[in-house]
Ligand binder design. Structure first.
Ligand code: RIB
Length: 299
């Protein structure tokens, strides 16, 4: 089974802040650093670092070669990544003293995904291969339709959630890996169990992996429910924690482990990611995850 991650590639300009800029305020940042990021790129790096063979598809501008190079360094197949005339997507990320972030996105080349390009990419995959998506590129509905017609297994991290995505036909998707806000937008429910059950009504046959912040994560597939807590780590920067979780969860499952093990590795990996700066650079290797001696938070 091959895994294709069709997703965004961003240059992340990260500003360390005393506090997030308020409306009408001008404030100086403490530091600016540049990292490779984008939910797509981060999830490909996480999949690869967790041991899965992964192909990335997406677009960058002429200023985005470093993003392709980084994916290649982590072992991601980049032969399907294309370069356009425009600008590479970027993110302006403020990180405050508590490690919380807020992100402003510029789509750039991520919004130049044409149907011809999608057809070319999908021609390399077949029934039974997995497709992973996020919501930072355009033409997602076309990708979903064509991949489902081929019989690919579809997974989505519906982030950042948008009205357009909520209205899309997502019934061919098997794995939804999402947080409570995204779950609420898709179901109008707030209670995690109700979100999971409603997801199964709206998207029959789907598997719901709902991350719950400090409450950990809940998995529900219509028959089995599993939960996993969080670990006690110093929070430096929460950027890419969700991306790390998604990549490690799917990669671990693909390698034949059971769901509780996938939840455990994904939870450890995202805890390690929040204790490091940056997006892609903060993602640990599977070896680091297996060696980690973290203390679980008891409630
Ligand atoms: O999930 C984190 C990512 O969101 C950042 O790397 C940024 O590029 C945005 O896409």
């Amino acid at each position: 089974m091959k895994i294709l991650n069709f997703g965004s590639l961003n240059i992340d300009n990260v500003y360390s802040m005393d506090h997030f800029v308020r409306p009408g305020e001008t404030t100086a940042s403490l530091k600016m650093e540049t990292f490779c990021g984008g939910k797509g790129l981060n999830q490909s790096v996480a999949l690869a670092k967790a041991g899965a063979p992964v192909y990335h598809a997406g677009k960058v501008g002429a200023d985005g070669q470093m993003l392709i190079d980084i994916l290649g360094e982590y072992g991601v197949d980049t032969s399907l990544v294309a370069m356009t005339q425009g600008h590479t997507g970027h993110a302006i990320i403020q990180v405050d003293k508590k490690g919380q972030n807020c992100i402003l996105l510029y789509g750039g080349a991520n919004q130049e995904i044409t149907t011809d390009y999608i057809d070319d990419v999908l021609a390399h995959f077949e029934k039974g291969d997995m497709l992973l998506l996020q919501n930072e590129i355009n033409n997602i509905d076309y990708i979903i339709k064509k991949a489902a017609e081929k019989g690919m297994i579809l997974a989505i991290n519906p982030s950042p959630i948008s009205d357009e995505l909520v209205k899309m036909d997502l019934t061919s998707i098997t794995y939804f890996i999402l947080n409570e806000i995204e779950g609420n937008e898709l179901t109008q429910e707030t209670d995690p169990e109700k979100i999971a059950r409603k997801m199964r009504q709206i998207y029959p046959g789907c598997v719901v992996v709902l991350t719950l912040g400090k409450q950990g994560v809940m998995y529900y597939d219509g028959t089995n429910t599993y939960t996993h807590g969080i670990y006690d780590v110093p929070v430096v920067d929460t950027t890419a924690a969700g991306d790390t979780f998604t990549g490690f969860f799917l990669s671990t499952l693909m390698q034949g482990e059971d769901v509780p093990k996938a939840l455990e590795y994904a939870s450890i990996a995202s805890s390690l990611a929040v204790s490091q700066k940056g997006a892609a650079p903060s993602i640990p290797t599977m070896e680091q995850v297996k060696d980690a001696k973290l203390k679980k938070v008891e409630f």
